[in-house]
Design a protein around this ligand. Sequence first.
Ligand SMILES: Nc1ncnc2c1ncn2[C@@H]1O[C@H](COP(=O)(O)OP(=O)(O)OP(=O)(O)O)[C@@H](O)[C@H]1O
Ligand SMILES: [Mg+2]
Length: 350
Amino acid sequence: MKIKLDTDSFSIIGDSPQIREVFDIVSRAAGSQSTVMIYGESGTGKELIARALHLNSPRSSKPFIAVNCAAIPHDLLESELFGYEKGSFTGAVNNRIGRIELANQGTIFLDEIGDMPPVLQVKLLRVLAEREIDRIGGTKSIPIDIRVITATHRNLEVAIEKGQFREDLFYRLNIIPLNIPPLRERKTDIPLLANHFLKQCNGSSTPKTISDEAMSVLVNYSWPGNIRELANFVERMVVLSIGSNITPRDLPDKVLGEVPKEKWTPLEKELELEGNPAQMLQQSLKQSFHVGIPDEGINLKKTVEDFEKELLIEALEKTGWVKNKAATLLNLNRTTLVEKLKKLKITNPA
Ligand SMILES: Nc1ncnc2c1ncn2[C@@H]1O[C@H](COP(=O)(O)OP(=O)(O)OP(=O)(O)O)[C@@H](O)[C@H]1O
Ligand SMILES: [Mg+2]
């Protein structure tokens, strides 16, 4: 089944294996009635995915109603969700239909479900079990047909342990758990998203592009605010950058501070280090030789020797096996180089 990730109002961008897995679950879960609980850090696209689930379901022509349980004061949340009958409390001058009833035949998206107060958790549980709701002050139950999707950035298992969230409700809501990974764990999506937002911003001003160097900085930044942060960031860059091509020089210190220069692309380094071959070599070595230590450990002496051997051979090959030149490239004197070649049994294969 192919899912719709594009409508007049939004597109969902991403091609990383992680986001493809999310799309795959969306495509399989959309057609069912089961509750879906979406987990993800702030700005990862939880609401967008909830909309995609609705849009790809048989309920797509019916309402999609989103309620942010953390944004509505607790004492108002009950009447927002369940509605009330005229005269049921002071100020209830008319009947009011709640959001659950508004979502009838469609989908209700309960965002930040972890913030729902315990009394409402009980009421929601009843809606799920009985498929009917009671307006505040109402005398008869109203049958209801809704698909429920929830989202949270909190760990609900911890909330359950602390007695803040009902375990029985959790199991009813968590039939299909869907985890949206943070952007820093799916770096290949960053250029796609950045260019997507760039295109959106370019509509209203002179077209701008992001240089390869700036893009590699963006790819290596941690994006604590995830896609929302990236979208806002691109918009700001489009407005504030001076030329038509956004380069690392246009990026704020907050971002640059997190990404060391070795992680910029070689092009940027080459320009910067032009005329200083020794420094250039050092930079590229720093970048290309990172020896991780696996759980089973390493043989330090041998690893260092192999590393040294590789560098010596590279220097010799670069200089056509002229030892004086290779020694200069390695900042060694010739005798030291010759001793090392002997010790490591390196000979000219030619
Ligand atoms: N894959 C994506 N492709 C394009 N835009 C995206 C994608 N994911 C998220 N966005 C955009 O990023 C912004 C944040 O997404 P959304 O509101 O769905 O995230 P959220 O997880 O609900 O955030 P919060 O936890 O802050 O409520 C929105 O403007 C949304 O359109
Ligand atoms: Mg949200």
